[in-house]
Design a protein around this ligand. Structure first.
Ligand SMILES: [Zn+2]
Length: 180
């Protein structure tokens, strides 16, 4: 069985090349492969936020927002960043309801603190401190396409290698990656 695809002969006239387009070393065929690849956007997923969950003991009770009494904090979830901005902070305190008279109950109770711009000055100090202390170290955002990947399909053929590198650089230049 023989695969063929449309290409040019050495004089530039239309002809049939043997094999798959993707494997063809002819420059015009590599260009077509590159264009097809450029037409298909890569799925990308980048980190928009991170969370951490903490067990708490011996931190101060915080006021119950919904009624009398307090929350004896036993857990804290801290969220860093949102789909809109990496500055957003949210803290969710979980714990048990303490009645006004100080009696500890086994009723779960929680309370949220939200800082859309990262200003946690309105939060209880110890929660703001924990949020600062646990801020994740994130690497600076690097778009994946600043790396030029050269895939060489015929590593034993110096001429083919040369052509494929030239194609890769041409592709990179087309993608606006500048001086390579
Ligand atoms: Zn070809």
């Amino acid at each position: 069985m023989t695969d063929t695809h449309e290409g040019n002969d050495q004089a530039g006239a239309p002809t049939l090349h043997r094999g798959q387009l993707a494997d063809c070393p002819a420059p015009e065929c590599q260009d077509r492969v590159a264009e097809q690849q450029n037409d298909t956007p890569e799925p990308t997923a980048t980190v928009a936020g991170q969370s951490i969950a903490l067990h708490l003991t011996n931190y101060p009770d915080i006021p119950n927002r919904w009624g009398p009494g307090h929350i004896r904090a036993t857990g804290l979830r801290l969220d860093y960043g949102s789909l809109q901005t990496p500055d957003t902070r949210r803290a969710t305190v979980t714990g048990l309801w303490i009645r006004e008279d100080g009696e500890v109950t086994d009723e779960p109770l929680d309370r949220d603190y939200y800082a859309p711009t990262g200003d946690t000055s309105g939060w209880p100090d110890w929660i703001a401190d924990l949020a600062r202390k646990h801020t994740p170290n994130t690497a600076p955002f690097t778009p994946a396409d600043t790396t030029t990947v050269v895939t060489v399909t015929s590593p034993t053929d110096p001429k083919a290698v040369g052509q494929q590198v030239v194609q890769a650089l041409r592709r990179a230049r087309r993608n606006g990656l500048g001086d390579l």
